[in-house]
Design a protein around this ligand. Structure first.
Ligand code: PLP
Length: 378
């Protein structure tokens, strides 16, 4: 039963029904601990191997370069901290001002331990210019971590150009691709990254599972100590059902990227056209090349929080700024970093449409916004 118009797909997505079906077997019947030696584990071992292979293929990696984690937050923490702890020289980490807090807080953690940090600015479209990185990087840089797509405004970075600069200076390159994997084509070799974070619940997989891609030969310390799972790099009994669900959902999403992108472009166009036709004043944030369906809108002299609650009362779920930080009502670090005028910044909402949304729903969202913003015009 659908109880609302769900337009917060950047926060989380609905579980793919085929992924759910595939998971059931490993929850109810094939529940063996894959680390045990007896034959009951044959099916679970095979499932993990196959899932790793499917995921690797979806991003152009080798299976042994995929490490399962509990999600995007853990993958980001591991990439930042694991690479720092493997570097006895404590060289510099460079990141950007518009990263997700999973990256920013991890950077603060290592900074407290004496690893130097540098933060790059983004332009008004939310893009980190390669020139900005070139001006800051030097031979004492250990890692550059810049997200592939921003969660608040959807901007997509030129990761291939940025990683080439990092490598030319002998530094590693990590990208937080949590908002990108399953939504735009992602190939680790075309991007030239050494590490890449992903999270299943952002691409119609289950919550609490994700992966970190680590290019073979990359110097990174293990994250969780304990058993020998994940080649001794990330201990803990595997969540086999979640791993299977993640692989199934990712494969389905990757296979339908072209179709979903076209569908979401139509929805975005419908929504924005309706707003314009109703003479609603707004700014659309982010770069033109953004994650399909991720629509960040700023309305002048408005309160995004009030808009969110008014829309909620009308049965529509959207987000202000960043959903991961919904308790924080201040202007987000991303909107500050792109220099958005306060007149608009306070009235910012993120509508993130997904493959299951319809044209009617996009139009209903626009109509609801018109009713709130120009109540006497309708
Ligand atoms: N990185 C980005 C860009 C995100 O958007 C999110 C979640 O919104 C995360 C990391 C954290 O992912 P997870 O919820 O899987 O921990």
């Amino acid at each position: 039963m659908k109880h609302c118009i769900y337009a917060d797909n950047a926060a989380t997505t609905q579980l793919d029904s085929a992924a759910f079906e595939a998971m059931k077997l490993y929850l109810l019947i094939e529940y063996a601990n894959a680390s045990q030696p007896y034959s009951f584990t044959r099916s679970t071992k095979k499932a993990i191997k196959e899932a790793r292979g499917i995921i690797a293929e979806c991003i152009g990696a080798a299976p042994e370069e995929i490490f399962f984690t509990s999600g995007g937050t853990e993958s980001d923490n591991w990439a930042i901290k694991g690479s720092a702890f493997a570097d006895t020289k404590k060289r510099v980490t460079i990141t950007s001002a518009i990263e997700h807090h999973a990256v920013l807080r991890s950077c603060e953690d290592i900074e407290r331990l004496g690893y130097p940090m540098a933060y790059l600015s983004a332009d008004s479209a939310g893009c980190v210019q390669p020139q900005t990185l070139s001006e800051r990087i030097d031979g004492n840089t250990r890692l550059v971590s810049i997200m592939l797509a921003n969660n608040e405004i959807g901007s997509i970075q030129d990761i291939a150009a940025l990683s080439a600069i990092a490598h030319a200076h002998g530094a590693l390159f990590h990208t937080d691709a949590v908002q990108a994997v399953g939504h735009i084509p992602v190939d680790v070799n075309a991007l030239g990254v050494d590490m890449l974070s992903a999270s299943a619940h952002k691409f119609n997989g289950p919550k609490g599972i994700g992966f970190l891609y680590v290019r073979a030969g990359t110097n990174i310390a293990p994250y969780m100590s304990g058993g020998t799972q994940e080649h001794g790099m990330r201990a803990g009994t595997e969540n086999i059902a979640a791993v299977v669900g993640m692989a199934c959902a990712l494969k389905a999403n990757v296979e339908s990227i072209a179709e979903n992108t076209m569908h979401l472009a139509v929805l975005e166009d419908c929504l924005l056209t309706d707003l314009r036709e109703n003479k609603i004043e707004f700014i659309q944030n982010g770069s033109e090349h953004h994650i399909p369906g991720n629509i960040s809108l700023s309305f002048p002299d408005c309160d995004g929080e009030v808009l969110l609650h008014r829309l909620d009362l009308m049965g529509i779920c959207i987000s202000t700024g960043s959903a991961c930080d919904s308790k924080n009502t201040q202007i987000s670090h991303v909107l500050k970093a792109i220099g958005l005028d306060e007149k608009y910044a306070k009235g910012t909402i993120r509508i993130s449409l997904g493959k299951n949304n319809t044209v009617e729903e996009a139009k209903s969202i626009a109509q609801a916004l018109c009713k709130i913003l120009r109540p006497h015009a309708l």
